[in-house]
Ligand binder design. Structure first.
Ligand SMILES: O=C(O)CCC(=O)C(=O)O
Length: 288
């Protein structure tokens, strides 16, 4: 690096990974996520699976880290697929997860990438990958896609990928095509889980595999082509992905802030007679 460039960086305090992000469309930022926050999320997830197991009258492993979480997830999946899926959906709504994705450390990364008045088109999406957690006919990794076409917000939107544990080449890492963001929207077809990029437009050798140590954060542009690696992978991998948008991006302003994600609300009560006032009292700790 030339002295002039170094001096310029010092003046603007631009982190080193920003250049690599702009050039390749992705970067792994080391050690930015507090491990205590990742532990808290894993522990809160464990709580959801444990409570469901107890509801079904089944033993739940006490919290002792990653292995106990996996054990409870496996037990619940084997006992009741519906309960497992509901618990997994619920864990994406955990306050501990939501707190991390809007923490100062994370939002300062969005700022470093030029986002102004950063906005969030949707809440975190949780991706659970595990050879023992496969659901027949269900989600097992996301095929090759770009994020922008499924969000359609600011053109400089950033995706951040938060892994709860270390991700090696054999624990379902993400694979990404460096430089793919420079080709705009790739031809694709809408499928059940995404808008899948036409397989004739790339070969496997185009992808790099992003290994991520616990505490590292993977960031990439909305146009970076990526997919879940599944071949030769096993074990448990849990990651949340989150999109961040720039309220000041010119075409986003011009288009009047579109958002492909829509919120739906079920207004009907779950079943007649529920909850009784006694149940409410109990939940509020008011029962005698
Ligand atoms: O974590 C994964 O396996 C897929 C994540 C992903 O592709 C996304 O969030 O866009």
């Amino acid at each position: 690096m030339t002295y002039a460039l170094h001096a310029e960086r010092q003046r603007t305090a631009e982190p080193d990974w920003v250049d690599s992000y702009r050039a390749s469309g992705l970067a792994v930022i080391p050690g930015v996520l507090p491990v205590a926050c990742l532990d808290r999320i894993a522990c809160d997830m464990h709580c959801a699976y444990a409570r469901q197991l107890e509801r079904l009258g089944l033993p739940a492993a006490a919290w002792s880290g990653r292995a106990s979480l996996l054990q409870n997830m496996e037990r619940l999946l084997q006992a009741d697929v519906k309960a497992y899926l509901a618990a997994t959906r619920h864990t994406a709504r955990l306050a501990s997860l939501q707190q991390l994705v809007v923490s100062d450390a994370v939002l300062s990364i969005a700022s470093a990438l030029g986002l102004q008045a950063t906005s969030l088109p949707t809440s975190p999406v949780l991706h659970v990958m595990g050879d023992s957690l496969r659901i027949p006919g269900g989600y097992h990794g996301v095929a090759t896609h770009q994020d922008w076409p499924v969000v359609q917000g600011s053109l400089d939107a950033v995706t951040m990928w938060f892994s709860l544990f270390d991700v090696t080449p054999h624990t379902y890492p993400l694979q990404l095509i460096p430089g793919s963001h420079r080709r705009g929207v790739w031809p694709s077809q809408i499928t059940e889980h995404t808008s899948e990029v036409d397989p004739s437009t790339y070969v496997d050798a185009d992808f790099i595999t992003a290994t991520v140590a616990r505490g590292d954060l993977l960031v990439f542009t909305g146009f970076t082509v990526h997919r879940t690696a599944v071949k030769d992978c096993a074990g448990l991998r849990i990651a949340a992905s989150m999109r961040y948008e720039n309220t000041a991006e010119a075409t986003f302003v011009e288009r009047g802030y579109p958002c492909a994600y829509q919120r739906t609300v079920i207004r009907e009560a779950p079943s007649s007679g529920f909850p009784s006032s006694a149940q409410v009292d109990r939940a509020l700790g008011l029962a005698d």
